[in-house]
Design a protein around this ligand. Structure first.
Ligand SMILES: Cc1cc2nc3c(=O)[nH]c(=O)nc-3n(C[C@H](O)[C@H](O)[C@H](O)COP(=O)(O)O)c2cc1C
Length: 354
């Protein structure tokens, strides 16, 4: 059995009858699906506990997530393999604190408790890697996940000539550029089933499952395409010189918690991580904004592009050299040489800072 606890915000004010109606529909549906639980409503905040068979909970939670009557839905906890229910008698008991309990001594403490919980979770969620949030949503406690070996496609990307940009542009422009870049990379990687692990300055480290080489390449190409369109739309502005390099590698990595009891990082370590980071750096030498190892290419089923074999290259920190590939496409091969692209950015930067 699974138990899922979430908190959300009402998108408008609700009458007592409307809250009751949510409860009635829920109780009716839940009875049919052997789901039990409780729904608390207090000053615009919903707090719900759902319990039932994992498949049924996932279906109903999927519907609840799409319900326009609330938003900012945060899964606080999901537990699986439970033996007993907390609320075996309630197919969905609604407790509307506005209605019946506004004079209750518990009204303000409960309201404050829920508001504080929402606020803290919203803050923590922003700083938490997607991979950790996904585990919490699946009912896994990331702190108890043992470190393990996993095969992954590792993704690294960062902004081209970032040091020059920070040197010449006002801080507000640099921050706007970085935010624009990190947002678009996160959105596209996530949309292609990848997981963003961390931001390191202007760099993004992400990973795809071993059988998702196609998605990884499609994500990389979409990022380059969106950047290309954004440059065209923002000529003579800082976003008009926003170029990026992307590196992809495949291999076994160590996944899990590293750090000290005071500060923990849920991360990936290993040769494939180092290789992806180095391939990304090599985009500063090759005239290709995307470089990937041959192993990534070999795992693709449907790459609809003209793949170029760039030969074997030795990379720092690795004894064996790596077979490197890229794609022959104008959004990848922007200039004839990486130096030419660098000069182009310098030239535009000088115009911008005049
Ligand atoms: C705060 C909140 C809690 C809800 N809880 C449940 C629930 O426990 N069970 C349920 O079936 N629907 C629940 N709903 C309603 C669903 O979002 C959705 O409208 C409903 O399941 C659709 O029912 P239908 O498929 O019969 O049309 C809830 C909606 C809100 C806003």
């Amino acid at each position: 059995m699974k138990r899922l606890i979430y908190i959300s915000h009402a998108t408008r004010t609700f009458t007592a009858q409307e809250i009751e109606a949510i409860g009635e529909v829920s109780a009716h549906n839940n009875q049919r699906n052997e789901i039990t639980g409780v729904l608390l409503f207090i000053q615009g905040i919903f707090f719900q506990i759902l319990e039932g068979k994992p498949k049924d909970i996932d279906v109903v939670y999927g519907k609840i997530l799409k319900d326009p009557r609330h938003n900012e839905i945060l899964c606080l906890k999901a537990e699986e393999h439970l033996k007993t229910r907390m609320f075996p008698e309630w197919s969905m008991r609604v407790i509307n604190f506005e209605e019946a309990y506004s004079n209750d001594v518990l009204f303000y403490p409960i309201k404050t408790l829920l508001q504080t919980l929402t606020e803290s979770f919203t803050i923590l969620e922003r700083y938490t890697p997607q991979s950790v949030i996904n585990q919490i949503n699946k009912g896994i406690n990331p702190l108890r996940t043992p470190t393990h070996i996993a095969d992954k496609i590792i993704f690294f990307s960062d902004i081209f000539a970032f040091s020059s940009l920070t040197e010449h542009l006002p801080v507000s422009d640099v921050v706007a550029m970085v935010n624009h870049y990190l947002s678009l990379v996160t959105e596209i990687v996530t949309a292609h089933q990848g997981e963003v692990y961390k931001f390191i300055g202007d760099s993004v480290m992400a990973a795809f499952e071993a059988d998702q080489a196609d998605q990884a390449l499609h994500a990389a190409m979409e990022i380059l395409e969106v950047l290309n369109l954004s440059r065209q739309k923002n000529r003579d502005q800082p976003l008009g010189i926003l170029y990026a390099g992307i590196g992809l590698s495949y291999g076994s990595v160590i996944e899990g918690n590293v750090g000290s009891p005071l500060k923990m990082d849920y991360t990936l370590l290993g040769d494939a991580v180092n290789t992806a980071a180095r391939l990304e750096s090599l985009t500063r030498q090759f005239p290709y904004a995307l470089l990937f190892s041959r192993e990534v290419q070999q795992r693709c089923q449907t790459a609809p592009w003209d793949i170029v074999d760039l030969g074997m290259h030795s990379i720092k920190g690795r004894s064996k050299s790596v077979a490197i590939c890229s794609i022959n496409h104008p959004i990848v091969k922007i200039t004839a040489s990486a130096q030419e692209l660098y000069s182009l950015i310098q030239h535009e930067l000088e115009k911008l800072s005049r």
